[in-house]
Design a protein around this ligand. Structure first.
Ligand code: ZN
Length: 199
């Protein structure tokens, strides 16, 4: 039946573009929208547009925010001499949940991957280098995932920053190899930070 309802197909196609949403889920979500009142559907569509219009990268750390500068960078109680480098905002949120880290962050928005043709120019690396050059940063903790891309990215950053006299550390391997930081439990993440090793 659904094959003949063009608008439903188009809507499901849009849901299917979201991460982790398969064809069946996409169709189920499309049906949920059809079941909404018109006012609900308008709020839903508006929320998507609002998020898209308001959310941008923090000019300091590249974290996603809808404020001019993100709340972490605006928080004067945080230690600005320690910068934790993460691949994405999801990793940052995972680390923040543990409530043990009191430094600031730098979000790369990706990891280096020769296989997928992702080069240093495709992620926020230039911003990190500029930051290290202009701010008083003593330690850079690299907290990318323990995957091939995460390790390659960590290695690249350490080679870039070490000659500048910055202490570069890598979080310890508590997180399962190939695993993702955002799914690690609080204890594992806290241990990974405590056990970080210098390059
Ligand atoms: Zn920020």
């Amino acid at each position: 039946m659904s094959e003949s309802i063009k608008s439903l197909e188009l809507l499901a196609e849009q849901f299917g573009k979201l991460g982790g949403v398969g064809k069946r889920t996409a169709m189920r979500l499309a049906f949920s929208v059809v079941d909404m009142t018109e006012a609900e559907a308008e709020r839903f569509a508006e929320a998507i547009l609002e998020a898209k219009r308001n959310i941008h990268c923090c000019p300091v750390c590249q974290n996603l925010t809808d404020l001019e500068v993100c709340p972490i960078c605006s928080d004067l109680s945080r230690d600005r001499t320690t910068v934790c480098v993460v691949a994405d905002t999801k990793s940052l949120i995972a680390i923040e949940k543990v409530r043990e880290y009191n430094g600031v962050y730098h979000v790369l928005h990706g990891m280096l991957s020769p296989m997928q043709n992702i080069t240093p120019d495709d992620i926020k690396l230039r911003e990190l280098i500029e930051r290290v050059a202009s701010e008083d940063i003593k330690e850079v903790i690299i907290a990318t995932n323990p995957t091939t891309e995460g390790e390659a990215t960590a290695m690249y950053i350490s080679r870039l920053l070490k000659p500048a006299g910055i202490k570069v550390t890598r979080i310890a391997n508590g997180i399962p190899v190939g695993g993702e930081l955002e799914f690690a439990d609080a204890h594992t993440l806290a241990c990974a930070f405590d056990g970080r090793k210098e390059y």
